[in-house]
Design a protein around this ligand. Structure first.
Ligand SMILES: C[S@@+](CC[C@H](N)C(=O)[O-])C[C@H]1O[C@@H](n2cnc3c(N)ncnc32)[C@H](O)[C@@H]1O
Length: 368
């Protein structure tokens, strides 16, 4: 019997698991002859997933290959297949991971073009189905975009407090690219970091049992800064000092702050970061999802120390600005991160004072 020739796809999906199924359905790739699905586990080979035979990653011809999309998370599991494919001539630019939804979308719609309306559906549904890495950032970003659209704005600002080596910030940039392509909203992204790691632990409120002064230092500021797209900037220095000049320079009613990630770990840094919510009301969205990284997952985290205490004290000081936890996606498969999202309510915002019309009365829910 002559051997069947090795399949020669244009796009290779790596990881025969639910994310790949989701992408195949959402991008209408079922049975597409130019798409091949492969896995790192030999025992998966020969199975069928949505009209795609699962192959071994070493059984594929690369002569027509435009891109491979690693759909499995954690991405590190695919180090061996990626190295194998790289040895066979695949360039780094041809490898896309599930932390890169912007690149993935561009590639997949290059194969199967999507109308504006389809693209919009893909934007919302990919986030809802957790098809990409860091579902919690994607959730908050889609909500920031949705809030802007309901206010007839086309631009929104995102802030990450605590960048470290930039995994989260790079991911934010990719999600922004994805949502700009799908929902048509533009993003400005700012990452705040000391550059030198965690500041001095002052007292028990900074969780000395968890965090050491000087740990989590940014390995290479210049390298990270050059990797970032033009709509993203690093603001280096203690946010105690950098936030006020930032708000003066970048505060904008045309691109209000629509999502904040609070990931500076300690109480004193969190107090400084939360001053962002003292900005002029129109420079903030009327409601802002806040990712509170240290709120729920660790037994030691509480509203009496660390980020939680900073939030509680902020609320005590501000009658018209309140930051409150909300458990989201209660109709979904339960995930721990559904408990780590807070919302900053800006009650003195013109929208929440009833002075500016916006479309918040229509099904603006927590289950995006
Ligand atoms: C856990 S890391 C951030 C990780 C990042 N958000 C991610 O998901 O990839 C926390 C970072 O906060 C930064 N940081 C802590 N206190 C700060 C402050 N007062 N001002 C600016 N950055 C601060 C530290 O330098 C550290 O790298």
């Amino acid at each position: 019997m002559p051997h069947e020739p090795a399949p020669s796809p244009r796009i290779l999906l790596l990881g025969a698991e639910p994310r790949a199924v989701g992408l195949i359905e959402l991008y209408r790739l079922v049975g597409h002859p130019d798409v091949v699905l492969a896995d790192r586990r030999p025992e998966r080979a020969g199975g069928d997933l949505n009209g795609h035979r699962v192959l071994n990653f070493d059984g594929i011809a690369l002569d027509r290959l435009e891109a491979t999309i690693v759909t499995e998370d954690p991405i590190g599991e695919y180090a061996e297949p990626i190295a194998f494919l790289r040895n066979k001539g695949l360039s780094p630019a041809q490898v896309i991971t599930c932390a890169e939804p912007g690149r993935a979308h561009r590639t997949l719609t290059g194969l199967v073009p999507a109308s504006e309306e389809r693209s919009r559906q893909i934007g919302y549904r990919a986030v809802r189905q957790n098809l990409f890495h860091r579902g919690h950032y994607a959730y908050c970003m889609v909500l920031a975009a949705e809030t802007a659209l309901r206010m007839s704005l086309s631009k929104v600002t995102i802030v990450e407090f605590g960048v470290w080596y930039g995994a989260g910030l790079n991911n934010l940039c990719e999600i922004a690219d994805f949502l700009q392509q799908t929902l048509g909203v533009e993003f400005r992204i700012f990452g705040f970091d000391t550059g030198a790691g965690l500041p001095e632990v002052a007292d028990w409120r900074d969780h000395p049992e968890l965090w050491g002064s000087g740990t989590l230092a940014m390995p290479n500021f210049e390298e990270l800064a050059t990797q970032l797209p033009p709509n993203c900037r690093l603001i280096i220095g203690d946010c105690k000092n950098t936030l006020a000049p930032f708000l003066r320079e970048h505060g904008s009613a045309e691109a209000p702050i629509g999502f904040v990630s609070l990931d500076v770990d300690q109480y004193h840094s969190s107090v400084s970061a939360l001053r962002l919510f003292e900005a002029e009301a129109t420079h903030l969205a009327p409601v802002i999802p806040v990712w509170v990284d240290d709120s729920y997952l660790n037994v030691l985290q509480t509203s009496y120390a660390g980020e939680g205490l900073a939030i509680r004290e902020f609320n005590e000081r501000h009658p018209l600005r309140k930051i409150e936890q909300k458990i989201i996606r209660t109709d979904d498969f339960p995930r721990l991160w559904h408990h780590c999202i807070y919302f900053a309510h800006v009650f003195d915002h013109p929208v929440r004072q009833g002075k500016v019309p916006a479309r918040f009365d229509q099904f603006y829910h927590t289950n995006y």
